[in-house]
Design a protein. Structure first.
Length: 337
């Protein structure tokens, strides 16, 4: 019997959950919250919560932002909480149990937000939050394979049933394809050399093995604080989870669901994501998209968004000091016209 078809993910059977928690290196009974929500006040304040409103937390994780929205005054009616990772969702559900049916869980891809919402009777919402990337729960769990600091299988999927693992990429892609992935998604200038070294060492099956191959290619300058494998791990994670494509689709889905006046708040953690969000907001806020030089506008563009902050909102020095993982966060906010 395939465990994957036992139940809808938000109604995970205990058996399936135990199997997933074991695989990810967590004690199945331990739903302790380990992720500290980033830019919490800034993002929730910017959603301009409405009494009786409905909100989507597209990346619920362990539920930190969802909880803040549900606790806020004025009191919102519903938070639809989406996450691809059923382990995180289970943790969020335990945390948010006190809110009863005001928290509506949906395990799935935020890019499919419209379908996930419609399946739960929600067709229009007052705000959407996306807090991209991964959580502390995921980076600290060896079985996710997201970290070079803990040795584990080269998995990297947020969705444990997703079609592609990092192990498959490093062991089956051609040298050219692998080099392109590392260069493009990791912005790693030595991507081709790293790909060549990986291919020589195949099969590569653990995060530790991959980190030492990358370390041997790049070396470590005296005093260098960032692990040399950081960019390669970022690249593989983005490729495995098709992250950039999902961001673009997720923004579209969010704009499609938002009521006029509703807010979209997006927190990103690296420049590839931030560039997509910035150019998406600019495009959807533009009043004219005619090629430059045309004497008269003939594009009949209707802007969908109004940009709320042209300059990104960043964590305060106090937040960075108390939660160093927040240091690269950038918040952009737009309003549906
Ligand atoms: C930074 S964490 C969110 C943390 C959360 N805001 C909190 O306070 O606990 C990002 C979450 O997004 C999820 N995620 C990443 N890509 C996703 C996607 N395409 N669809 C749904 N969830 C996704 C990850 O599984 C992870 O739990």
């Amino acid at each position: 019997m395939t465990l994957a078809i036992l139940a809808k993910p938000e109604e995970l059977s205990d058996l399936r959950l135990t199997e997933l928690m074991n695989r990810s290196g967590h004690n199945p009974d331990d739903f302790a919250v380990s992720h500290r929500p980033v830019l919490l006040k800034e993002s929730v304040d910017n959603l301009l919560l409405q009494e009786g409103g409905t909100y989507v937390d597209g990346t619920t994780g362990q539920g930190g932002h969802s909880e803040a929205i549900l606790r806020a005054e004025p009191q919102v009616k519903t938070v639809l909480g989406i996450d691809w990772d059923p382990r995180s969702m289970k943790s969020a559900q335990a945390r948010l149990a006190e809110f009863g049916s005001r928290f509506v869980p949906a395990t799935g891809n935020y890019a499919d937000m419209a379908v996930l919402a419609a399946g739960r009777g929600i067709t229009i919402v007052d705000g959407v939050l996306l807090d991209l990337g991964f959580s502390s729960l995921q980076i600290e769990g060896a079985g996710y394979g997201l970290s070079f600091q803990v040795d584990g299988p080269l998995d990297m999927r947020y969705d444990p049933d997703g079609p592609l693992t990092a192990e498959e990429i490093v062991n089956t892609y051609s040298e050219h394809e692998l080099g392109q992935v590392i260069r493009r998604f990791g912005e790693e200038p030595r991507g081709m050399s790293i790909a060549r070294a990986i291919i020589k060492e195949r099969p590569v099956t653990t995060t530790g093995q991959l980190a030492s191959i990358v370390g041997a290619v790049l070396g470590r300058r005296p005093g260098q604080r960032v692990n040399p494998a950081t960019r390669t791990f970022q690249a593989l994670r983005i490729a495995v989870n098709d992250e950039l494509f999902n961001v673009e689709r997720g923004l579209d889905a969010a704009v499609g669901l938002l009521a006029p006046g509703g807010r979209l708040a997006v927190i990103s953690y690296h420049s590839l994501e931030d560039r997509i969000i910035k150019s998406y907001f600019n495009r959807e806020a533009a009043t004219c998209v005619c090629p430059p030089g045309l004497p008269v506008c003939n594009c009949s563009q209707t802007p969908q968004l109004r940009i709320i902050n042209r300059r990104v909102i960043k964590p305060s020095s106090e937040e960075i000091e108390s939660n160093p993982r927040s240091r690269s966060a950038k918040l952009r906010v737009a309003q549906r016209i």
